[in-house]
Design a protein around this ligand. Structure first.
Ligand code: ADP
Length: 287
């Protein structure tokens, strides 16, 4: 697999040279492979959003460089080339909806790319299908929709630009459990359809573990941990030091093991824990 994104020695200080200077990122080096699904986690203030914004040129880091499909942020005269490749869905993206209809809102980005009217229309349909929004909603006002639907319209607006990399900053923020499951399911199906590299920023390890293959944990502007969710959850103490926790089910399995049950503590989802318990109980053990 080739790297679609290279983050090379990136440091960023807000307000550099002022009395309010604040270093948000410090010498971050990461390669993201094409087609990967990466979770970027860490507690508030660890640098996740700053890093995410460096990836599409919204922030030009004070040091280092980001290379997207061979295009360097520092050398690129035209950030449009970067932004075409890397789509960014901000926190609470529905607050940025502003057009009178759903279709016009989704069309905004593709129109700005200078595409023909026909191509823009095709892109709107394509994006609505991707996020499973019924095309009947096209002429509705986005403000009449439910919270989850509004968020889908906002995500569709980014997908309509056909980015190679999609960055989602806290995509479930502020949603109730139902809306959260809806959006997470949506993101998973989007990824499963192929063709996208996804980076999802979240403060919830549990949420990220449900979807991603690789988890990067940020702490004080640095990469503190990097591996599969399972690899990271095996290091419960280290996570605790970073104010992060393992999923509830992993804790339950660890507790069972402590009490003498010979179960694997690798489960990170309820389904996995269930299977492991069935395996254990069918082996003739009694809980
Ligand atoms: P996270 O997304 O993990 O919560 P951020 O990237 O938002 O972290 O913030 C990293 C650090 O940079 C924090 O200490 C935060 O206070 C600071 N910071 C973020 N944005 C700004 C800004 N616009 N100006 C000054 N400091 C900022």
């Amino acid at each position: 697999m080739s790297n679609i994104l290279e983050i090379k020695n990136v440091s960023h200080t807000y307000g550099l040279g002022t009395p309010f200077a604040k270093e948000a990122l410090s010498q971050v080096n990461l390669n993201i492979e094409e087609g990967d699904f990466v979770g970027l986690v860490g507690h508030t203030g660890s640098g996740k959003s700053t890093l995410a914004q460096c990836l599409n040129g919204l922030i030009i880091p004070t040091e280092g460089d980001v290379v997207v499909e061979g295009v360097s942020l520092k050398e690129s005269k035209n950030l449009k080339e970067i932004r075409k490749r890397v789509g960014m869905v901000f926190q609470y993206p529905e607050y940025q909806l502003f057009e009178e209809t759903v279709a016009r809102d989704i069309a905004f980005g593709p129109k700005n790319l200078g595409l023909s009217k026909e191509e823009v229309e095709a892109r709107v349909d394509f994006a609505m299908d991707l996020v499973q929004l019924n095309r009947d909603l096209k002429d509705r006002s986005p403000f009449e929709l439910s919270g989850g639907q509004k968020r889908r319209v906002a995500i569709a607006g980014i997908l309509a630009m056909k980015p190679k990399v999609l960055i989602l900053d806290e995509p479930t923020a502020g949603l109730d459990p139902h809306g959260r499951d809806e959006i997470l399911g949506e993101i998973k199906s989007l990824y499963d359809q192929g063709g996208l590299t996804i980076i999802m920023v979240s403060h919830s390890m549990e949420e990220v573990a449900r979807l991603t293959k690789r988890m990067i944990v940020m702490n004080h502007g640095k990469v503190a941990m990097d591996g599969t969710p399972r690899e990271l959850f095996r290091q419960g103490d280290k996570l605790k030091d970073l104010s992060l926790t393992t999923p509830q089910v992993t804790k339950v399995m660890e507790e069972l093991k402590k009490r003498g049950a010979d179960v694997s503590t690798d489960a990170i989802t309820i389904d996995e824990a269930y299977e492991e318990l069935v395996r254990y109980l069918e082996g003739g053990h009694h809980a």
